[in-house]
Design a protein around this ligand. Structure first.
Ligand code: NAD
Ligand code: ZN
Ligand code: ZN
Length: 385
């Protein structure tokens, strides 16, 4: 079959690879009908999250069940399914605590050459490096889906792939960001990052009754989408200091909730990276730091943007002084997907209006390039194998 295979930073190609096979009684094989590229894929593409062997990419996908193992009772051939990005067994301590992203059975943990721990046991993902279990992903014609009784959800009939695909990741992620922020109604929510995840968080913040939603980014075309698809106010951090602007908008206090939907890619420049390594404060583009400064005293900073390495200079004094609550982590997709499916079915939210590029799987190398460089007005790419 054809698949988008990562080889080294900046190099993804369409290769012919072996078709996936049932390896366990609980596996299903899914023929992929739609698959998206995520900002998280860019961490691998840009070499921030290392992967040494070739790997089939992709963790946002849906499709038709082709085959099931003898232990799969909840799915049958021909079912149309949406597949959550974490690989989770459904039976371990963490799965029972609504933390599928920490499943103990989907990843044995990883030790480096010296025996040092690179990643603790737990937390497998489709197409997300050997650190996350080394599973092949869904930017391919077919994919093996482990624990098929627990993960996949039947796609509702009457809804196109585009309308439901983002239930696999970015909608639950935007939702988790807002949930962790404790948004119940009446709050001012500032979302750093107007990529797909930040846009989803803005939509959810409005749906949760926020009084004001402010999107921050440096790409004007993405800010335009935040205004048009979400109805948010926007700040371009190239034009104004977003911390000052947010304080001005909130009688000097700061936002009730700040969401970091950027993560480590904000530190893409070599100077930002060096500054972190040698503990230097530069005029940091670090979205997390901006969130800490832009949130009001007693507020919440909710971080869904990915940070995969240690960061020094952690501002403990500021966090203590302001009494900030911090939440971080991977979205527990399995725990919220059924409720969120209802949101889509009841038309409480629209997901597909952030798709700017509909391409074939063969176009994956080009798609990665434009999504990474923010070219061609690219916000979200969906490919149809
Ligand atoms: P993206 O790269 O398309 O979006 C990031 C946006 O942030 C871009 O529009 C960029 O211009 C903007 N940006 C860069 N620096 C900024 C700064 N200092 N302030 C404000 N905006 C800035 O990616 P995405 O798909 O939207 O994903 C965003 C983040 O969410 C990534 O780190 C991704 O890995 C992460 N993510 C996490 C989860 C989870 O479960 N926690 C799930 C999916 C994605
Ligand atoms: Zn993702
Ligand atoms: Zn588990």
């Amino acid at each position: 079959m054809k698949a988008a295979v990562y080889h080294r930073p900046g190099k993804i190609s369409i290769d012919n690879v072996e078709d996936p096979k049932i390896e366990d009684v609980q596996d299903a094989i899914v023929r992929v009908t739609a698959t998206a590229i995520c900002g998280s894929d860019l961490h691998i593409y840009n070499g921030f999250t290392p992967q040494l062997k070739p790997l089939v990419m992709g963790h946002e996908f849906m499709g038709i069940v082709e085959d099931v193992g003898s232990g799969v009772t909840k799915l049958k051939r021909g079912d149309r399914v949406i597949v959550p990005f974490p690989i989770a067994c459904g039976g371990c301590f963490f799965c029972n605590h609504n933390l599928p992203g920490a499943c103990e059975h989907s990843n044995p943990g990883k030790y480096g050459p010296e025996g040092g721990l690179l990643k603790e046991k737990g937390g497998g993902m489709f197409g997300y490096t050997d650190l996350y279990g080394g599973y092949d992903g869904g930017q391919a014609e077919y994919v093996r889906v482990p624990y098929a009784n627990f993960g996949p959800r039947l796609a509702p009939s009457g809804f196109s792939d585009d309308e439901v695909l983002f239930l696999t990741d970015i909608f639950p992620t935007g939702f988790s960001a807002v949930e962790w922020g404790g948004v119940k109604g009446g709050e001012t929510v500032a979302v750093f990052g107007c990529g797909p995840v930040g846009l989803m968080a803005q939509k959810v913040a409005w749906a949760r009754g926020a009084k004001r939603v402010i999107g921050v980014d440096l790409e004007n075309y993405r800010l335009q989408m935040a205004r048009e698809a979400c109805g948010s106010e926007t700040i371009n951090l190239h034009d104004v200091d977003p911390v000052e602007a947010i304080r001005d908008m909130t009688e000097g206090r700061g936002a009730d909730v700040c969401i970091d939907a950027v993560g480590q890619e904000a530190e893409r420049s070599i100077w930002q990276r060096i500054a972190n390594i040698v503990h230097m404060e530069v005029g940091s583009l670090n979205a997390f730091r901006m969130c800490l400064s832009a949130v009001r005293r007693g507020g919440v900073v909710s971080v869904v943007g990915v940070y995969a390495v240690p960061y020094d200079n952690f501002p403990l004094g500021q966090i203590f002084d302001k009494g900030i609550t911090l939440r971080f982590g991977q979205a527990p997709v399995h725990a919220c997907i059924d409720d969120l499916l209802q949101w889509v079915e009841n038309k409480r939210i629209r997901l597909d209006d952030i798709i700017t590029h509909k391409l074939t799987l063969d176009e994956a190398p080009h798609a990665y390039d434009i999504f990474n460089r923010k070219q061609d007005g690219c916000v979200k790419v969906v490919m149809y194998p």
